[in-house]
Design a protein around this ligand. Structure first.
Ligand code: ADP
Ligand code: MG
Length: 238
């Protein structure tokens, strides 16, 4: 759940010294869809964290992105806000297929992302779904028949659904890899490759988040999956 401590328990951005991205001191400065601004208001959030300040404009500009910052720095909203903005502002490429897929390494991390997604999409008209390994496959088939536009999943289970042809990704507009370094450490490279292949078209935007970009396998995966990515690293010399 959201807390006002953590990332925001720090001096007002005006008094911080060494952040170059000072032009977005409030979430309203990003000109996000009003439904997102309203949801942020309900959550009591007004000031973006450093990674959010740096990453959100890059994603809104349509670029692929590789981003890193430490745990607890607010990476989830750094991808959810601009991704949802794009979905709310543009027409779907396909009528029935998912528009955005967010992959996380573990069930617990996927649940946390889904919680923030649900908090932002309530009343927006976007249907969302959570597909975790270890849960009933047939129940997930029923969920998929409702044609959710945004899916949060663990890579293994999502690959199982591709194998079963229970969903198609050929109109996917956004592919987001959260904690990519951990997904690769857990051996999910083949599933990520399979998902990439299933969703490979030129209008896809791909975002990769990681605790570190200084990871050979992450670099290799990014070369395969991302197109001319911008790099944003907070708190690291990159
Ligand atoms: P990370 O993925 O970088 O580890 P999270 O996205 O999980 O971090 O965010 C950590 C916590 O900080 C969450 O409870 C989240 O709700 C909160 N948070 C995120 N962005 C902000 C913000 N701009 N202001 C206040 N709290 C925030
Ligand atoms: Mg995270």
């Amino acid at each position: 759940s959201f807390s006002r401590q953590g990332p925001n328990a720090r001096p007002h951005p005006r008094f911080r010294s060494c952040n170059l991205a000072q032009q977005f001191p409030h979430f309203t400065d990003f000109r996000l869809d009003s439904r997102l601004i309203r949801a942020l208001g309900h959550l009591g959030l007004d000031t973006p964290t450093d990674i959010q300040q740096d990453a959100i404009p890059v994603v809104l500009a349509g670029h692929d992105l590789m981003a890193s910052s430490k745990t607890g720095s607010g990476k989830t909203l750094a991808f959810l806000l601009p991704a949802l903005h794009r979905l709310l502002k543009t027409r779907a490429l396909g009528k029935r297929d998912p528009r955005a897929l967010i992959l996380a390494p573990t069930r617990e991390l996927a649940r946390q992302v889904f919680g923030q997604l649900r908090a932002l999409t309530g009343g927006s008209g976007l249907d969302i779904a959570l597909l975790l390994g270890g849960e009933n496959f047939n129940d997930q088939l029923k969920t998929l028949r409702k044609q959710p536009q945004v899916i949060v999943a663990t890579p293994g289970r999502l690959a199982n659904h591709l194998d079963a042809r229970s969903l198609l990704l050929h109109n996917l507009e956004l592919l987001i890899l959260d904690e990519a370094d951990r997904m690769l450490d857990l051996g999910f490279a083949p599933q990520l490759e399979q998902i990439h292949q299933a969703a490979d078209h030129r209008r896809r935007q791909t975002l990769l988040f990681s605790a570190t970009l200084d990871h050979a396998e992450v670099d290799h995966m990014a070369t395969r999956l991302l197109k001319a990515p911008k790099r944003v690293a907070v708190g690291e010399a990159h």
